[in-house]
Design a protein around this ligand. Sequence first.
Ligand code: GTP
Ligand code: SPV
Ligand code: MN
Length: 586
Amino acid sequence: MATPLEAWVEEAARRTRPKEVVWCDGSEGEAQRMVERLVAEGRTIRLNENTYPNCILHRSDPSDVARTEQVTFICSRRKEDAGPTNNWMAPEEAKQKVGALFQGAMTGRTMYVVPYLMGPAESAMTRVGVEVTDSPYVVVSMRIMARIGKIALERIGKANDFVPGLHSLGDLNPERRFVLHFPEEKLIWSIGSGYGGNALLGKKCFALRIASWMAREEGWMAEHMLILGLEDPSGKVTYMAAAFPSACGKTNMAMMVSALEDSGYRVWTVGDDIAWMQEGPDGQLYAINPEAGFFGVAPGTNDLTNPNVMEAVKRNTIFTNVATTASREPWWEGMTPQAPPGLLDWQGRVSAGAKSPAAHPNSRYTVPAQQAPRISPHWEDPAGVPISAIIFGGRRARVAPLVYESLSWQHGVFVGAGMASETTAAITGEVGVRRRDPMAMLPFCGYHMGDYFRHWLEMGRRIARPPKIFHVNWFRKGSNGQFLWPGFGENVRVLKWILERVNGKGQAEETPIGFVPTKRALTLDGLQISPENMEELLRVDAADWQKEAGEIGTFFKKFGDRLPPELREEQAHLTERLNLVASTKG
Ligand code: GTP
Ligand code: SPV
Ligand code: MN
């Protein structure tokens, strides 16, 4: 008798007709054989063995360099369950239309079966997935990003409890590219892309879209959040989770080298992209990082902005779409002030110099989490870590101050629901366009966003000791178009204030949008920043916020009667508070 897993793999093979089926065990030997195949295929090279041992560079198809939201679908039975922020396709239609593309898609190729864990081996919160794929790049990437092979097979046992994911490169034609989620069946189908979140199905497809659906059913949370521990001078570590949209600073914050190390404030890395959270026995919210590696944005990373990342990626790392130097070392914009001579660009061509970036703006490194120099000793703790603060944030050239604290959980949910950010190269499409991205989950919430807000409110009522909720913005610009805040390691100054607020200290002024640090509340010793810039960073402009509140109200209309009334109320309260300020000033 075939097990449910064997039966599903057979069905996938019947559909895609590979020349062979290989079950992956996750071993080092297997990984090396995969790399040999990749090198033979011609899009992958080994990097300098002396300076970057066991590192490779993969050049993806030039049409396949970022997540593609326009071809990502939630295939729930009822359209209204996908909600207004998701693309929807009826399950039968999806199976027919995209099933036809999968027909014989692996002809002449090998089908790899990759069983994987999302979460530490010993955690009760951990879930199992199985991805079948015809891409050896996906296999070697999954081996870093998740715990694959035997360890996952053992957990599946004979039970039918795994999330199946069928992936094929297909013909890589963007016209025939689809990323489909069947949330009722807990099934993923992805074809036509080999890139990141489109192809590593444990990440966005399972750990966010499918998991968010499960989490609502089961009373937990699956969020697009980093997890870090902030150690204070007494040695106590306080954990925080932060949701920023794609390419808005999660990995950098999670791996930050604190500018306040000398005074005893250190940052410990737990996770850089996804948090699964549930209430613990003590009434606090506990988070695990379901992943085992980091898929980080390369450009902008250097020895000054993030020495931890630079150190981590010196070995056992997969680079994707970066440039290479004459000595076969990776390079990207921002790594060094000047591009080195003899550079090859991300497509392997002689670099065009300043005319176009040598590394793709969404070029990335894939690195095992345990290579992070400041990986937390608790990063694989089966119980997770207790979260004291949730931080929302995004790229806002204007309006949003450096940091503010919400007035309550309910108000914090409103702050998250009304979040906006300027788009980045992580998504195919225009860069720098402001869009509303609630809780940084716009592309990742697997169900109706109105119901998602309701779930957040519900969690706040349920959790006995809920975290405080904050909002940050590292990206406010001055009239000269430059960032006002130095960012990166200096962001710890903001985390320190957040920690103080969590502990009932920290000076703050109540404004219509929430608590903003007073002028003296932030520790700025050793930082060169003008008082005018600090003033602008913390400024809450009533007129700007009136406009913002109006836009949030318009955005909320999308959700119709599925918008929880509490959020409508919060929006009205914000407007009232702003009016009050205007009338007392006027
Ligand atoms: P995803 O992996 O797409 O989810 O991105 P992420 O949120 O982890 O973003 P990441 O930390 O990789 O940063 C993305 C880009 O923003 C990189 O180019 C960074 O150099 C830049 N960046 C990160 N933090 C800061 C900051 O504090 N200030 C400024 N100015 N740039 C930052
Ligand atoms: C994101 O876009 O939020 C990422 C990169 O983390 S990807 O895995 O490609 O989705
Ligand atoms: Mn991400």
